[in-house]
Unconditional design. Structure first.
Lengths: 267, 287
């Protein structure tokens, strides 16, 4: 019974997305809970960029992918380097660094957006996807450091010491010992950074202005703020936009699960 | 859960290596945290801004909404996640398959999901009202016309989106509890409820606190839920600080007032982050 309730609770918003996307233009709000016919034309319109709000759809989709993948890679890199220095190099006051990273959360990302817009003008990154990547990496990294630092504690220090005895430098220990042992947790934090970037709308909306640099999230908002936009096209865009993170989730979920069960394995 | 650590002062080239490893993140922190934070604090530093804000009834409503959103939304989702993690830990193919579906909201973009929830509830022809009519035969409530119903929809949407993530975190924490602890409790005649109250909950209390603090910090700064689900309706009565500050800064053209509105959450955020840092440092929470 609980399982059925959870299934309905989880799937209703997804079902509603399909319900609107598969409706005829102008028939999105007829009060039906099951459409009379399934019209897939909205997906064709989106994929063929056959509507004036959607004429840059594939460029925007590419920009979303660049932001997601770059945020994922940079977060994993920065967090793993920091967590390695904190956890494996035995910094005497390493806790100061990890605490300072967490200070980022005193000002949540929505609160920093106003200064960020000014800041990106100063850095010459206005209307660049890299300004959004910088923002996403900034907010994903503290949590990623926390996770990697905690998982790193489960790897015995003797492993590093054995490598050092064999003449390995710290960068070799990082590359050939730490990263392979931490791979499941790294994939988990990479997935977290990707989803964080994919979930963002605020920074993309405020930092990206031209059609060539904007993203799918900005395009969806264009529909959302228009009274005359066809909702079925908008929901088709929203569903297509949902595909990459869902695909990444299904591909990486085994690794995430193994990352989360690392604790038990080590014990 | 943490193991004893040996720490000593780094010497010579080791120090250089440690600095080299820390330098990339330190640069990001200075460039993208310190600078904008200082700039934001400077923007919101004029006391007149706060006098204007505190005399604005809409700001007071917004501040109250933020507290309500964080307090109710976070506690319900963390407690729900804690209970559901136990449900999903039990064996069974149905539960395993259900877990895959249940975790979908984490992967779905907030924008897509929240826009869908907005259209479910925005009119009497939306899916929520249509379903209500199909089941009861009567017209359903207009969700986004009542302040309290719209706030409830915002909170429900927030829980829908983030409870699966915390469920996964609690599942990871439960996996870390050695099976021998439960075996010992079973030998002593403990029931499943006894195990939950006297074994699971005490062992996970610290994780529970850390999750609650993190979720509260994130909820206070959340933007997308209210912006896309209720859009502040009715008449901006369901705005929270992030959406209120955004509208003041970018729709009304008062960036300093927008910044001040967001900075007014600092008296809640600073103690929460300090408490979070202390808990993590003292206990080495295994998330």
């Amino acid at each position: 019974m609980l399982g059925l309730a959870l299934l309905i609770w989880t799937l209703i918003p997804v079902y509603n997305m399909f319900l609107i996307a598969l409706s005829d233009d102008g028939d999105e709000f007829t009060g039906l809970i099951w459409p009379e016919d399934w019209n897939w034309d909205s997906f064709r319109v989106v994929l063929m960029q056959d509507y004036w709000y959607l004429e840059h759809f594939w460029v925007q989709f590419g920009n979303s992918i660049i932001i997601g993948v770059a945020s994922m890679a940079l977060t994993a890199l920065l967090a793993s380097l920091t967590a390695f220095a904190l956890g494996r190099m035995r910094l005497r006051h390493g806790w100061i660094v990890s605490d300072t990273a967490l200070l980022t959360y005193i000002l949540p990302n929505a609160f920093l957006v106003i200064p960020f817009v000014h800041l990106m003008h100063v850095y010459g990154l206005s209307d660049s996807v890299w300004s959004v990547v910088a923002a996403q990496v900034t907010f994903a990294t503290p949590f990623a450091i926390l996770i990697l630092h905690q998982f790193g504690k489960l790897i015995p220090m003797e492993v590093d010491e054995a490598a050092k005895m064999d003449g390995a430098t710290p960068i070799q220990v990082y590359r050939h010992v730490y990263i392979p042992l931490l791979a499941p947790a790294l994939i988990a934090v990479g997935l977290y950074a990707f989803l964080l970037a994919w979930n963002d709308y605020l920074y993309q909306f405020l930092l990206l202005s031209s059609p060539a640099s904007s993203t799918v999230a900005v395009a969806i908002n264009q529909f959302f703020n228009s009274d005359e936009a066809p909702w079925n096209y908008m929901m088709a865009v929203a569903l297509i936009y949902a595909l990459p993170p869902v695909a990444v989730y299904f591909i990486l979920r085994r690794f995430v699960r193994s990352g989360l069960t690392l604790t038990r394995l080590v014990r | 859960m943490s193991q004893p650590r040996r720490e000593w002062r780094l010497r010579g080239s080791d120090t250089s290596w440690a600095i080299a490893f820390l330098l990339p993140y330190a640069s990001v922190f200075v460039a993208f945290v310190i600078y904008p934070a200082a700039f934001g604090l400077w923007m919101g530093s004029d006391p007149k801004l706060y006098r204007t804000l505190f005399s604005d009834p809409l700001y007071l409503t917004t501040a109250f909404n933020t507290l309500l959103f964080a307090a109710v939304g976070v506690n319900l989702q963390i407690f729900g996640a804690f209970l559901l993690s136990g449900f999903f830990m039990q064996r069974g193919r149905f539960r395993r398959a259900l877990l895959v579906v249940y975790l979908l909201p984490c992967a779905l973009p907030a924008l897509s999901a929240f826009v869908s929830i907005h259209y479910m509830t925005v009119s009497e022809m939306g899916f929520a009202d249509s379903l209500w009519r199909a089941i009861t035969g009567e017209d359903g409530p207009l969700f986004l016309v009542s302040r309290w119903l719209a706030t409830s929809v915002n909170i429900a949407a927030y829980i829908w989106k983030w409870m699966p993530f915390w469920t996964l975190v609690f599942m990871a924490a439960r996996w870390a509890i050695p099976a021998e602890v439960y075996e010992a409790a079973a030998i002593d005649g403990a029931s499943r409820m006894d195990c939950f109250v006297f074994v699971t909950f005490p062992l996970l209390a610290n994780v529970y606190l850390v999750c609650t603090l993190l979720a509260a910090i994130w909820a206070i700064g959340d933007f997308s839920t209210v912006y896309f689900v209720s859009y502040g309706a009715p008449a901006r009565e369901t705005d929270i600080l992030a959406t209120f500050g955004f509208h003041r800064a970018f729709d009304f053209g008062y960036p300093n007032q927008g910044s001040a509105a967001m900075m007014s959450a600092l008296p809640f955020l600073i103690p929460a982050v300090i408490l979070l840092m202390r808990r993590i440092r003292l206990t080495g929470v295994q998330l």
